[in-house]
Ligand binder design. Structure first.
Ligand code: AMP
Length: 560
């Protein structure tokens, strides 16, 4: 099938030709003839990336009566970004249809300008539900003569809480209008809308129902939750040409992850609800232009992001609503390209994988987080590859070559290569030297947890030490049962060291033993001073307390 034979006007065909669309995509082949030749409603199960905007946009444009100045089509979409995208797409399809007016109205922008735009008259409105309802109430948008309503990304609109708004809007529209509904998934709420407001719709499914894009690989890494960030770094380092979105669950997490990535020298930024619209636009512009390699985003902020060529979707953790995974992974593998969707999961989350597999109708591959060696190898070959392919500007470089050659005369070709590689590559080698295995295995789960607890305790101690003038913590085998008091310990420190100027920090008297802190520079003085000392006839044992937790200490004492 070709666009030429579908019954479009020459002006519209010219627009399609300008866009270099050669032939209709599967959803266009199915939807366009129904819209052009019948009055049937349509429920289309399709993701973004399938060409659905043109599937509904082209026939709707074709059916607009330009003589009639009233609004004839209303397209509802969940986000401002998507509204703008749809309206831009429609403008480019109809580039050669002079008098067609398309107006986008959405929240987060001054309503006054939108009212002015609507007053001028428009044939097609592209809107977010909340804003159009507001405009209808203010009588700025008149939708009582519309012929077609299109609900795009219906599941997203409902997820975002637009249920009541949608009901209110649909009830205002004329009964004889046609409704086209598009959704990536078909949860109950979407089915309810279809049942309530549509007349025996034709169902069109592109790919499997609820299926993820065919050419997306789904991968998961099983790691301890505390290793999520390190895993993300490894993913980025293992894929030097990554162009991806990292999905986080909260705004705070989004900010934290992006801040860490930026600090660690990655080409990343965040997009979340705390940013102003101008800031969001700025980040999005950089991402679209590929000046940013990684966009860290919340699900809400990422809705409507319509960027082709995304190589990786990274689920920093799994979404609360598992259906959301489909939307996340659907951002890659678009327009016939392949893509990878990676989930970083811990033991608790891994149980959700089978449920997601059911939703997407595809299996996940469980892969191991790349090791330091694997990453270094990948980076090395990437560097060599880039070196091989780099364009040489002979004219600019040749004046320096003589001096450069002279300077490097003493090095063989092999040595020059080694030097050059080390210059670029030492950072990776150093970072990944002795890098631990991040993969979580059933039997090292407890070990990892213990290590994590230990690390946390050590962090707390370090923090305390920092704020406490670098105190060293000591263990002493005297406690309440020995009748020891803080003053006794202070006395012993003063007497045994014969130094009254040593600063003393916390003293923590337990039942059978105690801890005390003194300025770290006196560590060896303390150990020496307490050697062979006694308290009320009992032999005193003082040790550095670092890294020894109380549980171990108790066990150790018992053995004595
Ligand atoms: P959509 O699913 O509407 O977001 O479209 C995804 C991408 O496919 C957009 O970049 C469209 O411009 C492009 N596209 C839509 N229809 C066609 C077609 N028939 N041939 C080639 N590209 C298309």
């Amino acid at each position: 099938m070709t666009f030429d034979t579908m019954g479009f006007s020459p002006e519209l065909l010219k627009g399609i030709e300008d866009l270099k669309f050669e032939k209709p995509t599967p959803i266009q082949e199915k939807v366009i003839p129904i819209v052009l030749s019948s009055n049937h409603d349509i429920v289309g199960l399709a993701q973004t990336g399938t060409g659905k905007t043109a599937a509904f946009g082209l026939p709707v444009i074709e059916q607009i009566d330009l003589q009639n100045k009233s609004v004839q089509a209303l397209i509802l979409a969940p986000t401002r970004e998507l509204c703008i995208q749809i309206s831009k797409d429609l403008q480019s399809f109809s580039k050669h249809i002079n008098r067609l007016q398309i107006t986008a109205v959405y929240g987060g922008a001054p309503i006054i300008n939108q009212i002015k735009a609507l007053k001028k008259g428009t044939h097609i409105i592209v809107a977010t539900p909340g804003r159009i309802l507001d405009l209808i109430k203010r009588k700025a948008a008149k939708i009582n003569h519309i012929k077609t309503v299109i609900l795009d990304e219906a599941d997203e609109m409902l997820n975002m809480g637009f249920r009541d708004d949608l009901d209110a809007i649909l009830e205002t529209t004329p009964a004889e209008k046609r409704t086209l509904l598009f959704s990536a998934t078909m949860p109950k709420e979407v089915a309810r809308i279809a049942k309530t407001y549509m007349k025996t719709p034709e169902e069109i499914t592109i790919g499997k129902q609820n299926a993820g894009a065919e050419n997306v690989r789904h991968i998961y890494y099983l790691v301890h939750a505390s290793n999520r960030y390190l895993t993300l770094k490894r993913i980025a380092d293992y894929n030097p040409d990554i162009y991806g979105i990292v999905f986080c669950r909260t705004r705070q997490e989004t900010k934290d992850v992006a801040d860490k990535l930026i600090k660690d020298g990655y080409n990343a930024d965040a997009i979340h609800g705390d940013l102003s619209q101008a800031q969001r636009d700025h980040v999005m512009k950089r991402f679209r232009e590929k000046s940013l390699q990684m966009l860290v985003a919340t699900d809400v902020a990422a809705r409507g992001i319509d960027v082709d060529d995304i190589t990786h979707i990274i689920n920093y953790n799994l979404p609360d609503e598992l259906e959301t995974y489909t939307h996340r992974s659907g951002r890659t593998g678009r327009a016939g390209k392949s893509g990878i969707s990676i989930a970083i999961v811990n033991f608790r989350e891994v149980t959700k994988i089978p449920y997601i597999e059911k939703i997407i109708g595809k299996k996940f591959e469980k892969l191991l987080v790349p090791s330091g060696t694997e990453i270094c190898k990948k980076q090395l070959f990437n560097l060599i590859d880039r070196m091989e392919k780099v364009k040489i500007d002979e004219k600019q470089i040749s004046p320096f070559m003589e001096t450069v050659n002279k300077k490097l005369e003493w090095l063989s070709k092999e040595e020059i290569i080694k030097h050059f590689l080390s210059l670029e590559f030492n950072r990776f080698l150093a970072y990944y030297k002795n890098a631990p295995d991040l993969n979580e295995k059933p039997n090292n789960r407890k070990e990892n947890r213990d290590n994590f607890d230990k690390r946390k305790r050590q962090d707390n101690r370090n923090k305390r030490n920092k704020s406490n003038n670098n105190f060293q913590r000591f263990f002493i085998n005297l406690g309440k049962k020995d009748g020891v008091l803080p003053t006794n310990i202070i006395g012993m420190i003063n007497d045994y060291t014969r130094n009254r100027d040593i600063s003393i920090g916390d003293i923590d008297i337990k039942d059978k033993f105690s801890f005390f802190e003194v300025d770290g520079i006196y560590t060896s003085t303390i150990l020496k001073a307490f050697k062979d000392s006694k308290f009320r006839g009992r032999h005193i044992n003082v040790e550095i307390a670092e890294g020894i937790n109380e549980g171990n200490r108790k066990k150790k004492r018992k053995r004595k």
